[in-house]
Design a protein around this ligand. Structure first.
Ligand code: F6R
Length: 607
């Protein structure tokens, strides 16, 4: 899950490659590199760490040349060192790669036995050596790539340049996404339309198995059977402007603050404000009355959005829901009834595990729905019905606004399902929709807790373990709270169903362990409050998040954060805000890299 970009330019390629890479840094930021052709020779600059290190290197050691490729890496094979940074090259060919070459060990052994000498621990370097070997044996660059591709197993997107070939850029796609950008006397390759946005809005997405040869004046595309094919060129609506932090210190802070607005934008697509009824967006008008079951799959935060949605679909639509972590779905080999719906949830629309599940379900004749934020993504393009979220570009690696927009859309779908299945009356629907319409206002109010939460940051920062507890739809929010804290503060945290604590995890509790309890004053409150007392009796420091009524009934806590009272059904969207702010302020207090935490990447395009 790296970002790749390639360019046949009319002006110096290296600065443009860096410009494209800036937009791809969300895919990985362990190291970065570019290669260009200077007088026909392959030259490279690579640097460990963030893209700014590569930029600094290019300033002191500039690269000339109009033809080049660039890469930003999330390490899979080999540590994030300069020697493992892409592009990987021989004298003849340089390559950048996103994905995993599964059979690289046997290929490397074969190449080493023939005398090839490797300088990295990556799986990618075999690709450079294979292509180089073919070129040495007299193959043209196109033939060399074809021969190389035939030897590779795994999932990948690749971009190649060749020594002495100033007007040739070759790309290939199997599993990982790759798009061609069309310019005036220029041509580009990029992992996505966002990377291409500074150069062009005319984009052709390669189909799986395609490879392409670009010159400044021509585009050839071949499918996996080797037949020359045409793929549609579309106008990408991705703006070329870089999203900036505005007055905020981090993107995550800005994205947390944007939630009332973007949840509002997402809801407007699903709610008819005049009738107070759900109205699905054009092209997404799905009839849930035809379903016996719904299968939801997603990863990480998106999976937690799905867990909340299961409560909603089962309660409001009496629709049984199976939900899986996408990376596990296929191993369970669930029987899928043709005609049922598999619903993928993904911010990026590129998550490899979710995409693999989508394809698995599709192959079994199941209709695919996708709750997805990036409309040009692979998941959006391969789904039968797209349910868009309108979170806008999310830059912070820890997902915040995409999560609450996913919840908003899933809530609307659950109500629609309830209506289709005649479980909800018109009046029920209007009542639930009214609760949704209130959300932006209530979420804005919840943001006012920020100062109180900032004051708690030193307590969380001292802890080695933090527990999060919730019941009902607050349970997935507890899981999400723990994930957020782990991701950006590196403090160990676990989310539990409040009732489960006494079956084991309570052994962890002592006075050093903050326990965040999510407990709206609803019919489940009393039970959760009892669980809270069990924790308090063992010295645990309770940070209770509740509404005014809950605060009145809660008894003593270490701290109580009071969120606005809301219709119980929408509380997950409101309680999401304080748990995001706890993670954010703890991380800021600890001085971690909030927007680009260690070892993570925004888009996980490897399985
Ligand atoms: C956590 C986070 C990840 C993603 C997960 C799925 O803050 O961002 O857990 O939610 O990698 O990503 P998408 O939604 O792009 O499929």
């Amino acid at each position: 899950m790296c970002g790749i970009v390639g360019i046949l330019a009319r002006e110096a390629a290296a600065p443009q490659l860096v410009d494209g890479l800036k937009r791809l840094e969300y895919r990985g930021y362990d190291s970065a590199g570019v290669a260009t052709l200077e007088d026909g020779r392959i030259v490279r600059r690579r640097a460990e760490g963030k893209l700014r290190n590569l930029e600094a290197k290019l300033k002191s050691e500039p690269l000339g040349g109009l033809t080049g490729i660039g890469h930003t890496r999330w390490a899979t094979h080999g540590a994030p060192t300069e020697s493992n940074a892409h592009p990987h090259a021989t004298e003849r060919v340089a390559v950048v790669h996103n994905g995993i070459i599964e059979n690289f060990r046997e290929l490397r052994a074969e190449l080493e036995a023939e005398g090839a000498s490797f300088t990295s621990q990556t799986d990618t370097e075999v690709v450079a050596h294979l292509a180089s070997r073919a070129l040495s044996a007299g193959a043209t660059p196109r033939e060399a790539v074809r021969e190389t591709l035939a030897k590779l197993r795994g999932a990948f997107a690749l971009a190649f340049i060749f020594a002495g070939e100033e007007d040739l850029l070759i790309g290939a796609r199997r599993g990982s996404p790759l798009a061609i950008g069309h310019g005036e006397g220029e041509a580009y390759l990029g992992s996505d339309a966002v990377a291409l946005a500074p150069f062009t809005d005319a984009v052709t997405y390669l189909d799986d198995g395609d490879w392409c040869a670009l010159t400044r004046s021509s585009v050839e595309i071949y499918d996996d059977a080797g037949a020359k094919v045409k793929r549609e060129t579309v106008r990408s609506s991705v703006a070329s402007v870089m999203v900036d932090k505005g007055a905020y210190r981090h993107f995550m802070a800005k994205e947390i603050a944007e939630q009332p607005e973007v949840v509002g934008h997402s809801l407007v697509r699903y709610v008819d404000m005049t009738t107070g009824r759900i109205r699905l967006p054009d092209g997404a008008d799905f009839d849930f009355s035809t379903l016996d079951r719904l299968a939801i799959s997603a990863c990480g935060t998106a999976y937690y959005a799905g867990l909340v949605a299961r409560y909603w679909f089962e309660k409001f639509a009496r629709l049984p829901v199976d939900i899986d972590i996408a990376s596990e779905f296929r191993y369970r080999e669930p029987p899928l009834a043709p005609g049922s719906l598999a619903l993928m949830i993904s911010q990026s629309g590129e998550t490899a595990d979710t995409l693999a599940t989508l394809r698995h379900c599709k192959a079994q004749g199941v209709k695919i729905g996708a709750v997805v934020n990036v409309p040009t993504s692979t998941i959006a393009r391969e789904a039968d019905v797209i349910f868009p979220t309108v979170a806008g570009v999310e830059v912070g690696v820890a997902s915040t606004k995409a999560f609450t927009c996913q919840l908003a859309v899933l809530a609307a779908l659950a109500i629609k399902a309830g209506r289709d299945r005649k479980v909800l009356s018109d009046a029920d629907e209007q009542k639930l929709v009214a609760a949704l319409i209130e959300l932006p206002r209530l979420m804005s109010e919840a943001l006012h807790l920020e100062d109180a939460i900032e004051k708690l940051a030193p307590t969380f920062a001292k802890a080695q373990d933090v527990l999060y507890l919730g019941r009902g739809t607050s349970f997935p929010i507890a899981l999400e709270g723990a994930l957020k804290l782990k991701e950006i503060s590196y403090i160990h945290a676990e989310g539990y169903a409040a009732g489960e604590l006494k079956h084991g995890p309570i052994a962890l509790v002592d006075e050093t362990v903050p326990v965040v309890v999510l407990a709206p004053f609803d019919p489940l409150f009393e039970k959760t409050a009892s669980n809270m007392q069990e924790v308090a009796a063992r010295g645990g420091r309770i940070v209770l998040i509740t509404d005014a009524e809950g605060a009145k009934h809660a008894g003593e806590t270490f701290a109580t954060l009071v969120v606005p009272k809301a219709f119980a059904f929408v509380s997950p969207l409101i309680y999401a805000i304080p748990i995001q702010l706890i993670a954010y302020h703890t991380a800021v207090f600890m001085g971690t890299d909030v927007d680009q935490p260690r070892n993570l990447a925004k888009s996980v395009t490897v399985e």
